[in-house]
Design a protein around this ligand. Structure first.
Ligand code: SF4
Ligand code: SF4
Length: 379
């Protein structure tokens, strides 16, 4: 008599079909093991938005009664496995229906397994992941993040590789035999079956102790008690006012509770030595991210930036704005302040950062794109 659950954390829209394939595969395999299962998305993530962290769950029980009992809660909070299909989500998850930046391992059970697709080493990933305060395991499937669009799917086998790895790290939920049969029936593709089997054979987990990981304090907030609740749905308006800041600079009014940086898989770095103060990045940023500095430069606020890349696209000066992989950074500090303090040091920092050019594309841009990318990854 047992119930097991898997949480799949993914980027909204870009990885929706990937998450669905994984959860569906788990439930179909569970049926072959004589169990019963269900897959569903987190309520607050609907409608999904591009890149905003989202979750789907798969729950598997021995009996229907156990499954019903498990599902009587709001959402599974003690999962055997948390799958992370983009490693930048290891920095924390901030949902569309905002409830603060949450550690990626928050809903993972003690001694459960965090299963991440990444080209980073486990030791590097651990630096980004909040301390859990309880031991767990970390398993990494070597792979770049698999991104696609709403109506298309990048068939690069990430789904079946994760299913094969799941059978290795949590055999109590699904057996390898059933996973392979489910993949065969679902996709009728021997290569996919072989990919799942190889992932099963090669996946290894490392133990993470209770005090390993980032020391950043996870966000917390007080829920309003019933005496503070109002009739109907009330969303209080926010005061939006420009703030004079930095001795004459300008910081626009921003939403204090929806920061958006967890949406980002890449961020802009700015060369203030070549910037002509033309204003185009400031005017075109869809999220009003640029603060105006006292000396008239434009400093992208890294708590507000969602990493869309528009500033890089509109900047008329060659290599003045460069989008860089998010995993190259461990804070949201002001680039302009760093430059003012030590411009030569900043130039060295900038040169080092722009060696981390983004290795991922968001969405589907032309017919045949994913076939080209997959062919490139296999060479
Ligand atoms: S990438 Fe540039 S344009 Fe896009 S949100 Fe960030 S600062 Fe604004
Ligand atoms: S678009 Fe480029 S040159 Fe113009 S203000 Fe922004 S960073 Fe400077």
């Amino acid at each position: 008599m047992s119930t097991g659950s898997v949480e799949v954390v993914y980027r909204g829209i870009f990885q929706k079909t990937l998450a669905k394939n994984i959860c569906r595969g788990i439930v179909l395999a569970a049926r072959k093991d004589g169990k019963i299962g269900i897959a569903f998305g987190r309520y607050g993530d609907s409608p999904e938005r591009n890149g905003i962290p989202a979750k789907q769950f798969a729950v598997v029980s021995d009996t229907e009664e156990e499954l019903e009992e498990f599902l009587s809660r709001y959402e599974p909070d003690n999962n055997d496995v948390t799958m992370v299909v983009d490693d930048t989500l290891c920095k924390g998850v901030e949902s569309w229906a905002w409830y603060g930046l949450q550690p990626i391992n928050k809903l993972l059970a003690e001694n459960g397994t965090l299963l991440v697709t990444s080209i980073q080493s486990p030791n590097k990933l651990i630096n980004f992941i909040h301390r859990k305060g309880a031991p767990y395991n970390l398993a990494v499937i070597k792979s770049p993040a698999s991104f696609s669009g709403l109506w298309v799917f990048k068939n690069d086998h990430t789904d079946v590789r994760l299913l094969g790895a799941l059978a290795k790290v949590a055999p109590q939920i699904v057996s390898l035999e059933s996973i392979l049969k489910a993949i065969e029936e679902q996709w009728k593709d021997d290569l996919k079956v072989a990919s799942a089997k190889k992932a099963y054979e090669t996946t290894e987990s490392a133990s993470v102790s209770a005090d390993q990981g980032s020391e950043a304090v996870p966000f917390s907030f007080d829920l309003p008690g019933w005496t503070k609740m109002e009739e109907g749905l009330v969303i209080r308006g926010m005061k939006v006012h420009a703030q004079a800041a930095r001795d004459g600079g300008y910081v626009p009014g921003r939403n204090e509770v929806f920061k958006k940086f967890s949406t980002r898989t890449m961020r802009p770095v700015i060369n203030f030595d070549t910037c002509t103060k033309c204003t185009l990045c400031w005017l075109n940023c869809p999220d009003t991210c640029f603060d105006i500095t006292p000396d008239g430069f434009y400093d992208a606020n890294m708590e507000a930036c969602c990493g869309c890349g528009v500033c890089e696209a509109v900047c008329p000066v060659a290599d003045c704005v460069t989008m860089v992989n998010e995993e190259a950074f461990d804070d949201n500090a002001s680039q302009w302040e760093m430059w003012v303090k030590d411009d030569k040091g900043y130039a060295g920092w900038l040169g080092e950062k722009i060696t981390n050019l983004p290795d991922r594309t968001h969405g589907f841009h032309h017919v045949g794109q994913y076939a080209e990318e997959i062919a490139h990854e296999r060479t």
